[in-house]
Write a protein that binds this ligand. Structure first.
Ligand code: ADP
Ligand code: SF4
Length: 689
């Protein structure tokens, strides 16, 4: 049962005319599915309802067609036609007593309108401010436009009510919502009564709140999501100005939702941001208003949550990523199962689903966004199939997730691990600069497995095909990982590159095993995710003189999708790493590399006593192929199935490995689906011509 020190988290709290059953508040968060995958997004919110959240919000919902953020896929409430899909979501949210919230977004200077082709409207005429630097400008809202916009907000509020929501969040944070655009002197350079003084800049939000109150305020709570600090220099909406704004407008919304200025700051990865990193910016705001306050900070520890409430910093504990990694977090606190909380590792893979307009994944919770598509529940597995036991070979994220999920299905599971420690790449990578939180992928699963009578872990057990044939397990799950290549093969070179015989070549595996180059070291990064940048940090800390060469225009290019690319570049630059962009490496000598410009081919030489190849990985699949070669003997050995998955099958980020392990466990002994699609999807209903 619940520890009494967490009782305070379960107190009911009023938000205007409605009351939340507890202080666990799932703030709006994207999921990459949005309007394209309405049932998948709705079911995901429904799972959070089951997990005990007191408040559950949608992602941002574009409330009028004159402002949208294509190519990003969020929700839309442009006409009555959109109501049924949103009602499906609100109904799911309310199944276990949560308040259902909708976040209404008018993207103003952040909406390029690539789909609707409408001219964007913003407080002042400026270029659109997006991740993609679209070559589009907004025109300034006229007074009559402002009247229209107020009416559109009222229309959207009425539709939100019809769609069954209890709460409306007006979006004015992260640089994405029009309320911030009006509040900030950077984006509001108007000379009329909507610009200039803070009172004038706050006029629009005051008008919209009053309009919506009149329309739906009797039954719906109104929250305002504002930036804690715009962090764009002197003109930006600063933390000091925010405090002034809240003091001047103490009772404006029914709840203040405080989020950091840019999304990159607000959803900072654990590599650069601790849990509760926004505390200083939030602290002291609570006393400026009589209304409750919610804030975020990748909170996964109920003790930190209690401290936030008891110190008078927050009334509600806002969570996006922690609610993705463990939708059952509140329920686990309630049931006294703190050790069962699957803590977010702060990798921001979930965000990449939105940034790549695909559908989100979560490293820690492979069921995220598969609740409807595949019927995967984060806490419940499908019943056990016909066979009885599984030998899992390899204890990396793929093997550990498979083992833990198989255990829950009721299989007897043995894990054999060649090394003397568990966790595979996660254990090794969690020792790299800034990545310690990633160890939670191992910790959660190891702890769970150790509680189970039907799981055994054998360390220091490198298995050969002959060993496996002898053991008598029915199912063989091969999750033996991958090895970084030494020969330069990745994207620039699809076959091995010219390397002098006595050149000193290192791979990330060498560095993680403690074999460290010194002196002038070139990192050749043709992988483009975090590894090249992280190893640059490691090498500088070890005293090396580091040059990072990459054919991309950005260092750690793919981390644009995890919102950390700019921070990585700044960190490496501050550490003295020589960052060389748009250049490849075509030849490695004993004391230098020859680099080529990716556009012109012009070459240049860089001194290099050693080269670290951050290129690609080869699956460790020898064991798998050895077993396949003995398929004729499987029946005699009692073997029913042999499967390879995770990095051994095809290397990818850790989230791909946990997903692969989970999928293996779900599908074991299940009927073969043949050529059928492996998940459900929705197709837009055809109009009647
Ligand atoms: P993934 O990301 O797919 O889980 P990892 O590389 O993290 O892959 O983990 C693979 C694990 O498998 C490593 O810990 C490695 O030591 C282990 N391993 C590799 N080959 C064998 C083998 N033949 N027997 C037992 N363990 C193995
Ligand atoms: Fe946390 Fe990573 Fe999961 Fe996102 S993907 S919720 S950051 S563990």
């Amino acid at each position: 049962m619940r520890d009494s020190r967490y009782d305070i988290l379960f107190e009911p709290m009023a938000i205007g005319p409605v009351t939340a059953m507890n202080r666990f508040y799932q703030v709006p968060h994207c999921n990459g599915g949005g309007y394209r995958d309405p049932s998948a997004a709705a079911e995901m919110r429904g799972i959070k309802a089951e997990g005990g959240w007191g408040v559950i919000f949608t992602e941002q919902c574009e409330m009028h067609h004159t402002s949208e953020i294509t190519p990003f896929i969020e929700l839309r409430l442009w006409e009555d036609k959109d109501i049924p899909q949103l009602r499906r979501m609100s109904e799911k949210m309310k199944t276990h007593g949560a308040l259902a919230g909708i976040q209404l977004a008018y993207s103003g200077i952040n909406g390029p309108n690539l789909y609707t082709k409408e001219v964007p409207l913003a407080p002042s005429a400026l270029p659109i401010r997006t991740f993609t630097n679209d070559p589009v400008q907004a025109r300034a809202l006229s007074k009559s436009d402002i009247r229209d916009l107020r009416r559109w907000f009222v229309n959207a509020a009425k539709r939100s009510k019809l769609a069954g929501f209890d709460l409306i969040c007006l979006y004015g944070a992260h640089g994405f919502g029009i309320f911030q655009h009006f509040l900030s002197r950077a984006t509001n350079q108007r000379g009329d009564e909507y610009g200039g003084s803070l009172e004038n800049r706050a006029r629009f939000v005051n008008e919209v709140v009053a309009d919506i109150r009149d329309a739906v305020g009797d039954c719906m709570g109104l929250t305002l999501r504002v930036s804690l600090d715009e962090t764009i220099g002197e003109l930006g909406f600063s933390n000091a100005e925010l405090r002034e704004f809240i003091e001047m407008n103490r009772d404006l919304p029914d709840l203040w939702d405080l989020a950091q200025g840019t999304w990159e700051d607000c959803s900072g990865p654990s590599r650069f941001k601790e849990e509760g990193a926004q505390e200083q910016l939030v602290s002291g705001i609570r006393v400026l208003t009589s209304k409750p306050v919610v804030g975020v900070g990748r909170f996964t520890s109920p003790d930190v949550m209690v401290r936030m409430v008891k110190s008078g910093t927050l009334d509600f504990i806002g969570c996006a990523r922690p609610s993705i990694a463990d939708p059952f977090l509140p329920r686990k606190v309630e049931e006294g199962r703190i050790d069962d909380i699957r803590e977010c590792i702060g990798c921001n893979i979930c965000i990449t689903g939105d940034m790549t307009m695909s559908i989100s994944r979560c490293t820690q919770n492979p069921t995220f966004m598969e609740e409807w598509r595949k019927g995967w529940h984060p806490e419940r597995m499908n019943p056990k199939g016909e066979s009885g036991n599984v030998l899992v070979i390899g204890s990396g994220p793929a093997g550990l997730e498979a083992a833990w999920a198989l255990c829950r299905r009721g299989y007897d599971v043995a894990i054999a691990e060649a090394r003397t420690e568990i966790g595979g790449r996660v254990t090794l990578e969690s020792r790299l600069p800034g990545l310690s939180a990633w160890g939670r992928v191992r910790d959660y699963r190891e702890y769970q497995l150790r509680q189970r009578p039907n799981a055994e872990i054998y360390l220091d057990s490198a298995l050969s095909a002959a060993d496996v044939m002898e053991f008598g397990f029915q199912n063989i799950a091969i999750a033996t990982g991958a090895t970084w290549r030494r020969d330069g093969v990745a994207r620039q070179h699809v076959v091995p590159m010219p390397i002098a015989d006595n050149a000193r070549i290192y791979t990330p595996d060498d560095l993680m095993a403690g074999r460290m180059p010194a002196g002038d070291v070139v990192i050749y990064d043709d992988d483009h995710y975090y590894m090249g940048g992280v190893l640059a940090e490691l090498l500088v800390k070890n005293g090396a003189n580091v040059t990072l060469i990459t054919p991309s225009a950005f260092v750690s290019d793919w981390t644009n999708n995890t919102l950390e690319q700019a921070t990585i570049h700044a960190r490496l630059d501050e550490m003295g790493v020589d960052i060389v962009l748009n250049r490849g490496v075509i030849r490695i000598g004993t004391d230098h590399v020859v680099s080529n410009c990716v556009y012109t081919g012009k070459t240049r030489t860089y001194p290099a006593e050693a080269v670290v190849m951050v290129t690609s990985r080869t699956g460790n699949d020898t064991l798998y192929h050895d077993l396949v070669a003995r398929q004729a003997d499987w029946a005699d050995a009692g073997i029913l199935s042999v499967r390879v998955f995770g990095d051994a099958e095809a290397a990818g980020p850790i989230a791909w490995a946990t997903y692969a392990g989970h999928r293996y466990a779900r599908e074991l002994d299940e009927p073969d689906r043949g050529d059928a699609l492996s998940f459900r999807r929705e197709i837009t209903g055809l109009a009647a011509e």
